[in-house]
Design a protein around this ligand. Sequence first.
Ligand SMILES: Cc1ncc(COP(=O)(O)O)c(C=O)c1O
Length: 506
Amino acid sequence: MELPVSLDPSGRQSLQRQLFDQLRGLILSAGLRPGTLVPPSRLLARQLGVSRNTVVLAYERLSAEGYLQARSALGTFVSHDLPDSSLRVDAGRAADGAAARRQLPRSSLAFRGRAQAVVSPGNLEFDFWLGRLDPTLFPLAAWRRLVNQVLERVDSGFTEYRDPAGLPELRTAIADHLRPARGMKVEADQIVVVAGAQEGLNLIARLLLREGTRVVTENPSYQGAAYLFESYRAEVIPVPVDEDGLCVDALPPAGAAFVHLTPSHQYPMGFTLSRERRLKLLDWALRTGAYVVEDDYDSDFRYRGSPLMALMGLDQAESVIYLGTFSKSVGAGLRVGYLVLPRPLVEPARTVKALLDNGHPWLDQAVMAEFIASGAYDTHLRKIRRTYLARRDCLIDSLRNHFGDVALSGTDSGMHLAWHLPAHFPSAPELQGLAAERGVGVYSLRSGAAHDFGGCAYSESTLFFGYSCLDETRIRAGIGRVADALRDWQRARGTSLRPARACSGR
Ligand SMILES: Cc1ncc(COP(=O)(O)O)c(C=O)c1O
């Protein structure tokens, strides 16, 4: 380790005194923390171009005053117990410095924003937080093998800058996957690899937003999107959703730069955008010149019917920007996602990605490319789809066992579902609180990484359950505790369970 010390041979103080003062300053400002090994005197003397004796004498004085401690053969370390008197002197100086610093004019912060909730806020025994993956399902053995395989033939992967749009092998593998899986006419050169859907949203915002730009989102919507657009000081226009997805008739007649939506499995309600509305939406985009941002965060998990064709597959007019992520299928910690762009946006998007970070890390891309191209991704998807389906069925079964004909939405796909509570139940936020008291995390609209722009019909009456991260035993136990919580609530109010309304599983 080289120390940030420089000595002035023509200075008034001796070299030894300068060195003592500077090392003492480093120790007191925590630049050298207690327990840090300082360089051997010979090395420091060579670094500073002074005689070794100068360093030895400075170290001896620092040791004598309690700043350093020699530990025989191990070397010399910064003391854990620094002399109180010097600390007091320094604290006084630091306070003076802080006061002086406070008086300096500072640039005002250009950024204004809030962070979305992506992890569960509580530490609950049975946590139905939305969109979480089960760590035991991560394809660790395949991943380890592929990392080794890729590293064995690495040439300039780690040392060279590459195409900021992403590794050609990964872009090809993604395009080959999307064509049959999502019915999209996509070529590899339309793809930009990003650090998860959130970076993709940022990239889109950089391309299309400035202060006051009009952007449409669903109401309720994904917090990460709503908060991002808000941070750009865009004019965010919330449009309600119902059982057929975004209420397309309520879109503004003109002036929006784009609409962000989750058509396959609306976040968080779970509704699917009907075919009729898909066509109407594309027509609206064509008429108004707006882009459609199709956030396809969890469409790999469809449990009923054929896979849905993506909006981009229906688009004839280059209106749709498709946003995909591996966060829900492989792991959110990998931070790998991608954008599929209409041709006119490809080059600007590549430039934005270059300005952001010069491209995604090479190793992650190379491994993901192999994972998809080798067929391991499809095998993995089939496995977790089966597991999630069993967990979804277990959750529905448990809810029915305890509460009768429950009204659910979002059950056909994804990793979470919504329960529309009967009128005689406590409100969703209240039931969330009662469940949390028993160690169970279930989420009302405003707490589950969703954003309610106000006036949302589902805020008080809908409770959300992510089921992908809990096995069947835990799902049953968790729902049993929610039932206990409800029974106690009813007992306290002197009411009894009335038959719930008819089920409308969607
Ligand atoms: C609708 C939606 N879009 C985007 C994301 C962000 O995903 P990523 O981890 O790829 O940034 C999420 C994450 O939960 C999501 O639910």
